[in-house]
Write a protein of this length. Sequence first.
Length: 317
Amino acid sequence: MESLLASLPGSALLAALPGSALLLLWVVIELLFYVRYRAWVRARSAEPHATYRGAADAAEALDILWKPLTSEFPPDMVRNILESWFVGDGAVCYEDVVDLYAWTLHNKRGDGLSRTQRRAADEMVLKLERRLGDSFSAGHGGRTPLAYTFEDLQPYYKPLAWFLFQYWCTCTPVTALVLRPQGFVLRRAGALQYWHRPARDPDGSAPLVFCHGVGGQGPYFILCRTLATSYTGDILLPMFTSSSMVTPPWREPPPCVTPAETVAGLKEMVSRHAPPGGGALWLGHSIGCAWVAALVRAHPNCVAAATFVDPICFGLF
């Protein structure tokens, strides 16, 4: 309890209070944190989808989803993929497919499309029906597309103590205490920060890059130490703030680095440390695999080899 309170602002004053007062104060702090937490969830749920990129997203959705569905994949595969994009009971009907099309291309519901967009949606559904050799029933069938940006954030409350523990394990000062003795230094590439362990044997080996999952570098300290002791080339550990507890829970998190900025930072990082004309060895875990996959697609020359552990990316990229 006291160690957790010590991480809060004004810890010197808190240390002077008796135990019963500390316990009461902690209960009050938890209640205030709960109120703030609920308000934050409501505010975030009301915000528009901040990562939608307009025409760029529409073009990407056409290329990686609708083009294969309507002209490349066999009918059975098309049907299975289409079914996997919906939740609920019942059949996938015509307007359900329009809703999915509207979300993937325009970040809208089907009834919010303009006349031009609606005509394009109808043409796409017609192509899909031709590919399947079957027609969708009219209207809605009770199925809901996985349009997560339209859903409210569901609050799953965890106490302030849990957030303080997570922050303590993953904050930059603690990460520095663990990584600096292994020879790592904190550097920056564009909008991205990363830890760099210079090569111990400069024989021209490709750098090894590890892309962490949710939680930052903290859950991977043992892995980082193992890599540092077993690999003699450069080791690069990029930091993804959107999936890290790097901000104290009483502060607003900084704006997320955009996907384009992240990929550009990874490219700059590798170009700085890889041999001329060479790429890096990539190791990704969980959501970190999405960044590896994004780089493979955007800059394959930066990738000498890639390993995906517990990947989430193969249905997204």
